[in-house]
Every structure is written in C-alpha cells, then in structure tokens.
Ligand binder design. Structure first.
Ligand code: URA
Length: 263
C-alpha cells in the first residue's frame, strides 16, 4: 500500500516536471531547436540561476526567465479576434455612455481586455485576451510588433509627398517611419494606401498623413502581429486557435530576439 502510494507520488511528480527546453518552447512559442539553443547559450535562468542543459527537468512552478524576462507556461488564456466596427470605442467602459467593444462580446468574456486601441471610427483587427504578459510584449514599442493599415486619404499624394512619407515624418517630436507604404487603390475623393508601422503610437496614421497635408477619411487595421481579419465582417469575432496563438507567440519571440540583437 505504502509502496503504491510512493510510486504514484513519484509518477505524479515526474508528470508535472518537464525538460527545460520543452518548458521554454511551450512558454514562448520558440521551436524546440531554438529553445535548445537559447538554453545552451545561457539565456535561460531557473529560479535565478543560469542552466545550460536543455534536458534538465524542471517543475512547471519554478520561475524561469529568458533574457531576463520571466516566462510561464500558459494556463488556459483566452484570445479573441474581432473585426472592430465603426462607432465603438476601444475601452472596457465609457464614462460618456458610448458603446464599447466589450458590449459586442458575450458576458462570459467580461474579464478580457482589448490589446491596444483603435479609434472610434477605425475598423479591423482587434485582439482581446486575459494574458497580460504577452499583451505587454505585443504593445511594447521596443519590440516593434507590426501593424498594417488600409487607409483612405483625401486627395492624392504627389511624388514629393511620397518621398517625404517614405523617409518618415515627425509626430509628437519623434520621427515615424513607415515599414511599408503602397498605393493599392483610388476612391472617389482620394487614394487608398497600405501602410505599416511598428510602434503603435497614439493616432499614428491620422497624425502621419496630417503632417503631409492629407486627411484620413477611412481607416482599417488589416493586420496586427501577423494576424489578419480573414473572413470576419465588422462586428464579428472568433476565438484564436491554438495554432494561431502559437504563431503569434513565436513571432513575438522573433521580434524580441531581433530587438535584443539590435541593442
Ligand atoms: N492610427 C490612428 O490614427 N488611428 C487608429 O485607430 C490606429 C492607428
């Protein structure tokens, strides 16, 4: 009897342990090979101590850090993708009683929060989650997570204005340089561009075009961290699949790696 209990305890303990490379891969979305490399390169600490053996067994409850930042294995976080409609503010509540994006979601998702903000008249990709750690990374300007917009402007950009736009313009005292600027269509009153930024600054698209002398007449975020709106119409939403989530997280780790290499 005693023996059986001991055996089952040790089996349970073993079951709740996993190899460090598996821990790192699961927590970050890195491939197993990259997780191995990160451990071997001394980028991983366990309870504050550097461990360089990928096969070291650790319990899920230990404190593991990668490049000095704590990483953890997901408890079951929820991630939702919404095509934000116009006329809704991106906030959990509005003191002026305007409709909020939270009202579109069923009550059971009341604990979630929007990942970043879109203006009331902007449509497109908006994520919601209860995963604060990944959200912080996605929104931190230093990681340069790409946001791509389709933007309709009044009038046409001259060649000179296109030059100025590609070099970037000063917004609120700092240069904003688009990663990409491409003319994709024409409207009755102007032109339609796709433009990418990687910082998520307040009103960045409207301010950018205002500096060049054009008003934004329509704005849609068409992707965020590589997540696109797909077949969702404005006001529709769906939960992200495990595969999509894994790909967001692994892309996130690439942005982090890239940033670490630059600094
Ligand atoms: N830039 C803007 O100006 N507005 C948005 O909603 C998003 C980016």
């Amino acid at each position: 009897m005693k023996k059986t209990r001991n055996n089952s305890n040790s089996t349970n303990n073993r079951n709740s342990e996993l190899r460090l490379n598996v821990f790192v891969a699961r927590a970050t979305g890195l491939s197993r090979r990259k997780a191995d490399r990160a451990v071997i390169d001394g980028r991983v600490t366990v309870n504050g101590e550097m461990v360089t053996e990928p096969a070291r067994r650790v319990s899920k409850n230990v404190s593991v850090s990668l490049d000095g930042e704590k990483i953890a294995i997901d408890r079951d976080y929820t991630w939702i993708l919404m095509n934000k409609p116009r006329g809704y503010i991106t906030s959990r509540a509005d003191e002026n009683g305007r409709p909020t994006v939270m009202e579109i979601l069923p009550d059971k998702f009341g604990r979630l929060f929007p990942v970043g903000r879109l203006d009331i008249d902007t449509t497109g990709v908006l994520l919601f989650t209860d995963d604060g750690q990944t959200t912080q990374k996605l929104l931190h300007p230093k990681y340069g997570v790409p946001r791509k917009y389709r933007v309709e402007i009044s009038g046409k950009l001259t060649e000179e204005e296109k030059e100025v736009a590609s070099r970037g313009v000063i917004i609120d005292g700092r240069r904003a340089i688009p990663g990409e600027l491409e003319l994709v269509g024409r409207s009755r009153t102007g032109e339609i561009y796709e433009i990418e930024f990687s910082e998520g600054r307040y009103h960045e698209v409207k301010k950018f075009f205002a500096v060049i002398g054009h008003e934004v007449t329509r704005l849609e975020r068409i992707s965020f961290a590589g997540i696109t709106i797909g077949k969702l119409n404005p006001g529709e939403w769906r939960t992200l699949s495990k595969i999509e989530l894994k790909s967001v997280k692994s892309r996130m780790e690439r942005y982090v790696e890239c940033n670490n290499r630059k600094s």
